[in-house]
Design a binder for this molecule. Structure first.
Ligand code: HDE
Length: 712
């Protein structure tokens, strides 16, 4: 394998993994018993023309192993990508938590992080409109802690009991297995329109958060309210936030659709390439801490996972950073076999009674058993803790350890009481002793009944262009529904969030927003159907806006790893080219030459330049910005190829930065945006620094109105 550009210091986890990795370099092919093989092309036959003999143990071993290569894909989050890295604490929060990773600023805790889409199968596209999983495994000295979150701060449902219903509704419909990795179909909206608690997460998915530009440009959230417990046994409520160094950025829906065709591995490749090139993705870890006495202070219930705590009410305190600096060696062994369990916690962190979290504590261990086939899944190298493990559990499929001794029970005297129990002061875990005095009851708390206030807060907080995207997303999704009553019901409940939003979507659908629908809103079809006790109330406004919810207020500082296409043909102007290339690469952008053909092309100084992509093999949606250097001959060729013009027109329509070198007036004249030159991200023969600052802004959304008129 080619040596990676940078090979960062190895964490304890990487050193542990190396004990299991196998290097095949300069080694002979063997059987699984270590027998050297001298023919792996032909089966053993009676004569060269057959028949094949039962004796052929080599054929049997090869085919038998192949027949069993697949394991069940994850029921949700099947498609994912992962990377290794580390977490460092910047500021101790020992006043809140006794966890080693939250008190020891000298530690580098190894992490393995898996990003994923939710609804699609393992082979589906990265660019589906969907929530993204953001699961972090911290291999701490005190045991493994898994923070299994998403890129949105809230979830669709409030109680684990509803999870199978939610997922059955969004997955492909059971009769024809259509559509793949898409929520735009009747069953999903049938469920959503009858389950108004879903609306908050749903509007986040309809926003640009549902189609990220990169896994590296997403926030992450633990979603549930957890507990931090300090060494004196005092507890605080906490919400966890990951904030990406590169800011939060997304693509447009038109790009998402086209990227899905041009490169369905777009996010996977982006993460892999960034790490291989040494541009390590990085996030800050933040906490929102709420004292126990404030549990009932807010207009929403802290235990309700469909609610966020606005950062304006409880600021996010940054306490650490996470860097991903190493790609896995093997996708199956690591990314596929990694098993996250929200139940994996360490002393200093504890659960709350969030009914969704409580259900997850059961589900994940259960699902790993059916995916990985044995309760020994924690022994798979990627799942092994770096903390020492001494258990009395024994046997089961694929026991990899060889436990010594006569006893496997507690208490025992034969083994001197070992493995022995640890006192709390020695690191033994004890659950937080929350006082509970309650009736056993199958019901929902009334404090969970506000379903409209926070989706409305989210929508109010968006910039104009973000609102436009939400309107288009709802219109697209509902436009794909075939059942008219579902559309009407959806419009009615969207109107409870924002009347203007509902009106615009209704216009696009060619229907009217109904003034009323049958009550109650939730569930209840048929005379004896179960009716939820608490129906959603009218929306409240306890905060006018929460600016951090808008991507307009994210970071726009860097162009690191931004992909810039240079459109070139023979005879391009070397000086133009070189000045721009150097300036961009200094800022760590990635320059790629897109030419009429593959191989190489010549500049006006008669030098050969390697082409990265022939125009017929690539698309403008795969790039963040476009540059066309001068050079009469080159420009003429570009102008003569319709695919180059499509490339430019599309980049303009997606509001990207476009720069032209000298003598490009005729080319501009041939584009569909020739009349829109008063545009801050359309640069004619300007300095590289202007182009760099236009790329750093991600998109020129001020262009959106004219961009929509470009026929692409
Ligand atoms: Fe999951 N979820 N989930 N989920 N989830 C799984 O576990 C489940 C929920 C999340 O990269 C499964 O190992 C239930 C919330 C991520 O491997 C499964 C409920 C959040 C991943 C499962 C929820 C998540 C999963 C499928 C409601 C955000 C991918 C395979 C009670 C906080 C982890 C697996 C990875 C995966 C069940 C709700 C995030 C079936 C029952 C809320 C990121 O166990």
């Amino acid at each position: 394998m080619a040596k990676k550009k940078s090979d960062p210091a190895k964490t304890d986890k990487i050193k542990q993994l190396e004990n299991y990795s196998v290097d095949y370099t300069d080694k002979p092919l063997t059987t699984r018993q270590g027998l050297k093989v001298n023919d792996t092309n032909n089966s053993l036959k009676a004569g060269v023309r057959g028949a094949t003999l039962l004796e052929d143990f080599l054929l049997r071993e090869k085919i038998h192993s192949f027949d069993h290569e697949r394991i069940p894909e994850r029921i949700v989050h099947a498609r994912g990508s992962a990377a290794h890295g580390y977490f460092e604490l910047i500021e101790s929060i020992e006043q809140y938590s006794k966890a080693g990773i939250f008190t020891d600023t000298t530690r580098k805790t190894p992490v393995f992080v898996r990003f994923s889409t939710v609804a699609g199968s393992k082979g589906s596209t990265d660019l589906a409109r969907d929530v993204r999983g953001f699961a972090v495994k911290f291999y701490t000295k005190e045991g493994t802690w898994d923070l299994v979150g998403n890129n949105m701060p809230i979830f669709f449902i409030q109680d684990a009991m509803k999870f199978p219903d939610l997922i059955h509704s969004v997955k492909p419909e059971p009769n024809n297995e259509i559509p793949q990795a898409a929520s735009a179909h009747d069953t999903f909206y049938d469920f959503v329109s009858k389950t108004t608690e879903t609306l908050h997460n749903h509007i986040w998915v309809m926003s640009d958060r549902g189609i990220p530009r990169s896994y590296r440009m997403m926030e992450g959230f633990g979603i549930h309210t957890f507990r931090l417990v300090n060494k004196d046994g005092e507890a605080h409520f906490v919400k966890f936030h990951w904030k990406p160094k590169l800011g939060v950025h997304s693509v447009t829906w038109d790009e998402a659709v086209k990227i899905s065709g041009a490169d369905s591995d777009f996010h996977r490749r982006d993460l892999w390439d960034a790490i291989e090139s040494g541009n390590y993705p990085e996030w800050e870890l933040g906490v929102q801490v709420v004292p126990e006495k404030d549990e009932h202070k807010y207009d929403f219930d802290l235990l309700d996972p469909t609610k966020l705590i606005p950062e304006e009410m409880v600021p996010v305190k940054i306490i650490g950073r996470m860097v991903l600096n190493r790609n896995p060696e093997n996708f199956f062994a690591e990314t596929e076999q990694v098993a996250f369990l929200p139940g994996n916690i360490v002393p200093g962190i504890d659960f709350t009674n969030d009914p969704l979290l409580q259900g997850r504590l059961f589900s994940y261990r259960d699902t790993q058993l059916s995916r990985l086939g044995s309760p020994n899944f924690h022994q798979i190298p990627i799942n092994r803790p770096v903390a020492d493990v001494y258990v009395n559990q024994r046997d089961g499929h694929m026991q990899m350890d060889v436990p010594k001794g006569q006893t496997a029970y507690f208490p025992n005297a034969l083994s001197n009481g070992c493995p022995y129990l640890s006192k709390v002061a020695e690191g033994g875990f004890d659950s937080y002793q929350e006082r509970i005095d309650a009736k056993k009851i199958r019901a929902r708390s009334e404090s969970f009944s506000d379903h409209f206030s926070q989706p409305a807060l989210f929508y109010r907080s968006l910039a104009k262009w973000e609102k436009e995207h939400v309107i288009s997303a709802y219109s697209f999704e509902l436009g794909k529904c075939n059942n008219e009553p579902i559309k009407e019901r959806m419009l009615y409940i969207i109107a409870q969030i924002d009347t203007d939003l509902a009106k615009k979507v209704a216009e696009n659908l060619g229907v009217k927003v109904p003034k009323s629908v049958e009550k109650p809103l939730n569930q209840a079809i048929g005379a004896d159907a179960v009716v939820e006790d608490h129906q959603p109330g009218k929306k409240k406004i306890y905060l006018e806006e929460s600016p951090v919810l808008s991507q307009a207020n994210t970071k726009f500082e860097s162009i690191v790893t931004r992909q810039v296409a240079f459109l070139v043909a023979d005879g391009f102007h070397m000086k133009d080219f070189e000045t721009m290339q150097k300036a961009l690469e200094k800022e760590k952008a990635v320059v790629k030459l897109v030419a009429p053909h593959g191989g190489s092309i010549k500049c006006d100084e008669d030098m050969n330049h390697k082409v990265d992509a022939a125009i017929m093999t690539t698309e403008s949606v795969l790039f963040d910005a476009v540059y066309v250097p001068g050079g009469e001959k080159s420009l003429k060729r570009i102008m003569g190829e319709p695919k180059f013009l499509k490339f430019l027109n599309e980049a303009f329509s997606h509001c990207k930065a476009i720069a032209f070198g000298k003598e490009a007036e005729d080319l501009l004249e041939a584009t569909a945006f020739k009349n829109h030159t008063d545009d801050e991200a359309l640069l004619m023969n300007k300095k590289p620094k202007d182009f760099i600052s236009a790329i750093a802004k991600h998109r020129n959304w001020n262009r959106m109105e004219v961009a929509q008129k470009i026929p692409v």
